[in-house]
Design a protein around this ligand. Sequence first.
Ligand SMILES: Cc1ncc(COP(=O)(O)O)c(C=O)c1O
Length: 438
Amino acid sequence: MTSFIRQINKTAASLYNQAKSTPSGKAGSFTTGIRILREIFLLSRPQETDIHQRMKPSRHLSWIEISRSALFRNISALGRMAGNRIMAVCVKANAYGHGLPQIVGLIAKHPRVEYLTVHSLEEAVACRESGWVRKIMVLGPIATQNLEAVLEYDLEPVVFTREMLTRLGKISDRTKKRIRTHLKLETGTNRQGITEGELPAFAAIYRKYPYLKRPWGAGMHFANIEDTTSHEYAEYQLKNYRRLVAAMGRMGIKPTLRHTACSAALMLFEKTRFDLVRPGIAVYGHWPSKETYLTYRLQGGQNDIVNPVLSWKTRITQIKRLPANSFIGYGCSYRTTSPTRLAVLPIGYYDGYDRSLSNQAYVLIRGKRSPVRGRVCMNLMMVDVTDIAGVKLGDVATLVGRDGKEVLTAEQLAEWAQTINYEILARLSPSIFRELAH
Ligand SMILES: Cc1ncc(COP(=O)(O)O)c(C=O)c1O
């Protein structure tokens, strides 16, 4: 731990010295900015700190297991669905909570994946730091001052404002280098996107900055493809997309790669696949929603195309006996009705175990369901082990995953927490140790 703290101090001192000696507004300040971004990321991403290295997985009190084989099987299965289209795997939000460095390291070993998609520049830098040398598409906004990083890190930004495209044009002009841009088209999600009326202005910017050439890609994102079994709105968006892409062609900015397909689109509708697909959640082994699964089955699909990659485990750190009528935890929200054996787990909402799971969820201990009792605290929670024989200190409790014949899925937790599997996964704290398994 002390070497980790030494590392923070060293980085802070070097950033301070650089900031003092770099004239602002010059190329140097940009490089410093990127260095700062990278170093801040290195400090904040899931650390292989000395404490992690010294501890064998068996000594961790909480850890996430990543199944290499499940990830590879999912990529292969989705790759088969995608056919000859380029595959771009979404690793935003710390690879949907799985751990970006670990997932990127694994995907790098799978030749089927040509692109990673990320939300931010920080995530893109993290992919490069994790050894990814293939393509990266940045889906979200990049601060104007940091746009030069697109060349430094060889990134393909998704563009949705004229200001961003103009700035990229100027950078490409100055450096005489092509920047591969993707235009995000507004087809009905009304999030990031360019309307049909704005397209001529974008075409003019491409004409003005010849090093930009044409847009490398044109994409859109579906608003209502997961939450329903009626896909009229998706059809409507697809129609708009086709119209906008055709208009781009007429304006001389025909994109090379057309892409629209998130996991649900890829799994359900061949016509959304175009030239490149951008699955996220399915790569990690999860269906985007019950409705997607239902539609897939109604279309005659098999149910086992993807399997969860992640399990989350912890250990019992205290066991106690309580008489009947004892309150448990903050707010005295649970009261025992009979003598109770209670186990304390070192997990709380800080780790990503949602507080709304208080008195709602179960964990698995010795292959049995053990109910959560009382409020989930910041760092601790309590479970009832009265009816589970032989429970002892240090026993493993599975929060997500399999124990014997019992399974707790991210979907089940999402239902108890009244949210979606995406949120359960994406909010798993980056500070939890990630362990690669089989
Ligand atoms: C633009 C874009 N494409 C693709 C994805 C992947 O979506 P999914 O995880 O549903 O496959 C996302 C995720 O939110 C996204 O924002």
